[in-house]
Design a protein around this ligand. Structure first.
Ligand SMILES: [Cu+2]
Length: 104
């Protein structure tokens, strides 16, 4: 009986951790990647216009908009029309891309 209770407890803990996964991934927002297509590049001001899909970590539906780029993110390999995967965060009221990778 003790073993059954222990197993039940372990399963309950597993289920609870599944239920809490959305909260955890919101805390670790770097895990949420969004698909987008490059529309425009502003190398001078380090801004990029993307047509993006749903941004789950920001609760934003798909649209075309301008993002700022965090330091260290290179735009050199990108051109309009390229597909990308990116992570964006709202930092001091601005939407800032903190991770960006090209898609084939
Ligand atoms: Cu948007």
């Amino acid at each position: 009986m003790k073993i059954i209770q222990t197993r039940f407890f372990a399963i309950a803990m597993l289920m609870a951790s599944c239920l809490f996964t959305p909260t955890v991934s919101q805390a670790q927002t770097d895990l949420v990647m969004t698909e987008g297509v490059v529309r425009k590049l502003d190398l001078e001001n380090r801004k990029i216009t993307l047509k993006h899909g749903d941004i789950k970590n920001l609760d934003m539906p798909g649209m075309t908009m301008v993002f700022r780029l965090q330091q260290g993110i290179s735009l050199d390999a990108l051109k309009p029309g390229d597909k990308v995967l990116f992570h964006v965060e709202k930092i001091e009221g601005a939407y800032v891309i903190t991770d960006l990778q090209g898609l084939p």
